[in-house]
Design a protein around this ligand. Structure first.
Ligand code: XUL
Ligand code: MN
Length: 347
């Protein structure tokens, strides 16, 4: 099942084949090897894999620099052999005891240095894996209680960290993935507007863009399709995590289109009108299997997200745009809405 006859390239990360644990219970599926995950990716029509730094080099904090480089090179060879690209590398700045109170915005200078040093290792790995895209999900950059941090100072810390990364390698591009909450109560970079505003403060704004995740936009009370149009107006949408989210609760990472098909249709329409993917950008699905999923159905949330996406591309392309424009000119939005619903229902 190859991704032929379609203009889009697809990817996911090893964490998207998760084992089913949640904050209230242990895994429900056995651990699988990276090799198995790579095979799922290849066999189901995906083109690239996303990596956290420690997906690429496990236990990265306890390995000497040369060993990190060596293991990254071994992984690159492996990916080359199976014909899978690395889409991006992201520093996992939320696991270590050094990032309990934030990475770049920790109140402790030693911890801030740890976060920057680790991000530079991420850049080393990305260079070896053949991608210039670094993704920053700023997981713990925020506060549990407002009085614990100086938010103005934290903006300075974020800019300093981004500048160090930009200076370390002149070819990298940084895509900030905003999320308004979880694990923090209040995050410092909750929306695409914040991410792009932060980019302007850096030493090389042209190399700082963003990644939109549907669920994160919904958690911020925003429309993911509008976020896509906004980011694309600045030519800043460099990656994308499509998924779905049932209202304002924990980050659910549900299959794309599984909660709100009309919103998914509008996201695809926004991607189509902006020519997303034409400069090599990937469509990534940051989706998780349900805790109830049996091992034999393990990859179906990914297969289904891709399938729904491809069907919605056809729906977007077959939408009767001139009929829609006539209704818009008449300001007959009730009829326009029904036209969309009928189109999605297939009559
Ligand atoms: C967290 C999230 C991450 C990032 C990569 O909500 O979406 O998986 O996409 O660090
Ligand atoms: Mn994501």
């Amino acid at each position: 099942m190859k991704s032929q006859n379609c203009d889009y390239k697809f990817c996911f990360g090893p964490w998207n084949l998760s084992e089913g644990s949640d904050p209230y219970g242990p895994p429900t599926r056995p651990t699988q090897s990276f090799e198995w995950k790579l095979r799922q990716l290849k066999e189901n029509g995906f083109d690239a894999m996303m990596f956290h730094d420690d997906d690429a080099v496990p236990d990265i904090d306890n390995k000497p620099y040369q060993q990190i480089l060596r293991e990254a090179k071994e992984l690159r060879k492996w990916l080359n052999d199976v014909g899978v690209a690395a889409e991006m590398v992201a520093p996992r700045l939320w696991f270590s005891p050094m990032t309990i109170d934030g990475g770049f915005t920790s109140n402790d200078a030693k911890c801030r240095k740890y976060a920057i040093d680790r991000s530079l290792r991420t850049i080393d790995i990305a260079r070896i894996l053949g991608t210039n895209l670094i993704v920053l999900w700023l997981a713990r950059e925020g506060s549990y209680i407002r009085e614990s941090k100086n938010a103005r100072k934290c903006v300075d810390y974020l800019v300093q960290a981004l500048n160090k990364m930009l200076a370390y390698d002149r070819r990298i591009r940084i895509a900030i993935e905003p999320k308004p909450n979880e694990p923090m109560d209040i995050a410092y970079v909750p929306t695409i507007g914040h991410a792009l505003a932060l980019a302007i403060l850096t030493s090389d704004p042209k190399r700082v863009g963003c990644l939109i995740e549907s669920a994160h936009a919904i958690l911020a009370g925003l429309d993911p399709a509008d976020e896509i149009d906004f980011a694309c107006s600045f030519e800043k949408l460099w990656s994308l995590h499509l998924n779905d989210q049932n209202g304002l609760k924990f980050d659910q990472d549900k299959p794309f289109g599984s909660v709100n098909l009309r919103s998914a249709f509008n996201q695809v329409r926004a991607l189509e009108r902006n020519g997303y993917g034409k400069k090599g950008e990937y469509v990534c699905f940051d989706v998780h299997p349900y805790r109830t999923t049996k091992p034999e159905n393990w990859a179906e949330h990914l297969i289904n997200s891709r399938k729904t996406f491809l069907k919605l591309v056809q729906k977007a392309r077959s939408f009767d745009e001139s009929a829609a424009q006539k209704l818009i000119a008449q300001r007959n939005y009730q009829a326009l809405e029904q036209m969309v619903i009928d189109h999605l229902l297939g009559n």
